[in-house]
Design a binder for this molecule. Structure first.
Ligand SMILES: Cc1cc2nc3c(=O)[nH]c(=O)nc-3n(C[C@H](O)[C@H](O)[C@H](O)COP(=O)(O)OP(=O)(O)OC[C@H]3O[C@@H](n4cnc5c(N)ncnc54)[C@H](O)[C@@H]3O)c2cc1C
Length: 383
C-alpha cells in the first residue's frame, strides 16, 4: 500500500501525524520537509529572549525522535518539486514517491517589499527554527535592531528583543501597531506599552533601502521620509503569504491559499491541505487554534471517517506582555462598528453588526481576562 504523504513538518504537518496515530497505528506515513525536521512550536520564536531559550532549546524533538514516537518516516532537507495528482505521485528532486493520500501542510512564505541598498541580503526574517538560529547568532554581542512591520510578528519581536536588552526601532507605514488586527484605541495602548520598554516607532514612512553603514559598524535603514535609522541588525516582519505555488502548478484550485472544502479536501482526489497554506471554505487563518482543529478533523478523515472541520471562536493572543492583547477579529467585510471603552492601557473594543450582535472584540491590558465571557457570546466562525 502506498503511504500517506505529508509535506511539511510544522505544527500542521506534525499535529496531523500525531492525531492520525491516535486512530491508526499501522498505515505507513511519510513526512517530507524542506527544513531540518525538528519539532518546535513556532509561536515560541518570538518569545526566545523573554523565556531565555536558544534555537536548540526551543526544539522539542529531533526528526528521528518524531519518527520513532509516531512510527513514521521523516525525510528532511527535501524540497518537493511538484505533484502529479493523476498518478498520485509527489515529485522529488531526484526521485518520486507515490501516495494513497497527500496532505499539504506547506505553511506560508515571508514577504518583504522590494528594498534597495547594498545590505538587503543581510535583512533577516524569522519564519522557522533554522531562521531563528541564524537570527540569534547575528544578534550575539549586538545592541540594536530595526524591525520592519508592526503586525503580530513585528510587535511580538519588539517586546521580546526589548526584554533581551536590545534598543528597538520599529517602522510601520500604516501608522500604528497591529493595524490590520486592532481598532485605533487598542493599537495606541499597545504602542504605549512597547514605548515604555524603549521601543522607538517610525509610523507612516516605508522602508526604502538597507545600506551598510559607511561611517561605522552595522546597517542603515533608509525610510521614505528621509530618516536614516542605524542599527546592528534589521528584521523584516512585514507579511506572510500562503505557499500555494506547487499546488497551483499541479492544477489544484488556489486563491489566497490552497482552496479546500470543510473536509479539507483540495480539488484533486485524495489531496488535503491545512494550516497556513490553506484556504478552508474562504477562511485563511494563519494561527495555531484553527490548524489544531483541522489536524484533528483530517486525522479522522484519513482514518476512514470523513469529518468536516469546525472552527469555533478563534481568539488570537498577542505575546506583548508590555501590554497584553487578545483579539477575535470580526469576519472580513462585515458591516458594523467598534464600541470602545478605555482606561489607561486597558481597552475594551467590541465589534457589533448592524443588528447589535457581538461579532468580534479586541481587549488590551487588564481587561484581557474578559475574553472567556465574550467568547461565549460570539457565534462560531465555521460551525
Ligand atoms: C514569530 C511567530 C509567532 C507566532 N505566534 C503565534 C501565536 O502566538 N499564536 C498563533 O496562533 N499563531 C502564531 N503564529 C502563527 C503560527 O505559528 C502558524 O500559524 C503555524 O505555526 C503555521 O504552521 P504550518 O505547519 O501551517 O506552517 P509551517 O510551520 O511554516 O510549516 C511549513 C512546512 O512546510 C515545509 N515545506 C514548505 N514547502 C515545501 C516543499 N516544497 N517541500 C517540502 N517541504 C516544504 C516547510 O519546510 C515546513 O516544514 C506565529 C508565527 C510566527 C512566525
Amino acid at each position: 500500500m502506498n503511504p500517506i504523504v505529508v509535506i511539511g513538518s510544522g505544527l500542521a504537518g506534525f499535529n496531523t501525524v500525531k492525531e492520525f496515530r491516535k486512530l491508526d497505528k499501522e498505515t505507513p506515513v511519510v513526512v517530507l520537509t524542506a527544513d531540518d525536521g525538528r519539532n518546535y512550536s513556532k509561536p515560541m520564536l518570538s518569545t526566545g529572549f523573554t523565556k531565555e531559550k536558544t534555537a536548540d532549546e526551543l526544539a522539542m524533538a529531533t526528526p528521528e525522535q518524531v519518527a520513532e514516537q509516531f512510527n513514521v518516516t521523516v525525510r528532511t532537507g527535501i524540497h518537493v518539486a511538484g505533484i502529479d495528482t493523476d498518478k498520485q505521485r509527489v515529485l522529488l528532486p531526484d526521485d518520486h514517491l507515490d501516495y494513497s493520500a497527500l496532505v499539504l501542510a506547506l505553511g506560508a512564505d515571508t514577504w518583504t517589499p522590494p528594498l534597495e541598498g547594498d545590505a538587503v541580503g543581510e535583512v533577516f526574517s524569522v519564519n522557522d527554527l533554522m531562521d531563528y538560529g541564524r537570527f540569534r547568532q547575528a544578534l550575539d554581542g549586538k545592541k540594536s535592531v530595526t524591525i520592519l512591520g508592526g503586525g503580530l510578528i513585528g510587535c511580538e519581536f519588539a517586546n521580546d528583543l526589548s526584554n533581551g536588552g536590545f534598543q528597538v526601532s520599529l517602522v510601520e507605514p500604516l501608522g500604528r501597531c497591529l493595524p490590520m488586527l486592532l481598532p485605533e484605541a487598542a493599537s495606541a495602548a499597545v504602542g504605549r506599552g512597547l514605548e515604555s520598554l524603549g521601543v522607538e516607532f517610525h509610523f507612516g514612512p516605508l522602508a526604502k533601502a538597507v545600506h551598510r553603514n559607511r561611517d561605522g559598524e552595522g546597517l542603515v535603514t533608509e525610510l521614505s521620509d528621509g530618516t536614516h535609522l542605524k542599527s546592528d541588525v534589521v528584521l523584516s516582519a512585514i507579511g506572510l503569504r500562503p505557499r500555494i505555488d506547487i499546488a497551483k502548478e499541479a492544477g489544484l484550485r488556489t486563491n489566497r491559499g490552497i482552496l479546500t472544502d470543510q473536509q479539507l479536501r483540495a480539488s484533486a482526489d485524495n489531496v488535503y491541505a491545512l494550516g497556513d497554506c490553506a484556504e478552508v471554505e474562504g477562511h485563511v487563518l494563519p494561527y495555531v487554534l484553527p490548524l489544531m482543529a483541522s489536524a484533528r478533523a483530517l486525522a479522522k478523515t484519513l482514518a476512514g471517517e470523513a469529518t468536516p472541520v469546525s472552527y469555533g471562536v478563534m481568539p488570537v493572543t498577542i505575546k506583548t506582555p508590555a501590554c497584553p492583547v487578545v483579539v477575535c477579529p470580526p469576519p472580513e467585510e462585515l458591516d458594523g462598528d467598534w464600541e470602545v471603552e478605555e482606561d489607561g492601557n486597558s481597552v475594551r473594543a467590541l465589534f457589533r453588526d448592524r443588528d447589535g450582535a457581538l461579532r468580534g472584540y479586541a481587549l488590551t491590558g487588564e481587561v484581557v481576562k474578559e475574553k472567556l465571557k465574550l467568547n461565549k457570546e460570539l457565534p462560531a466562525l465555521m460551525p
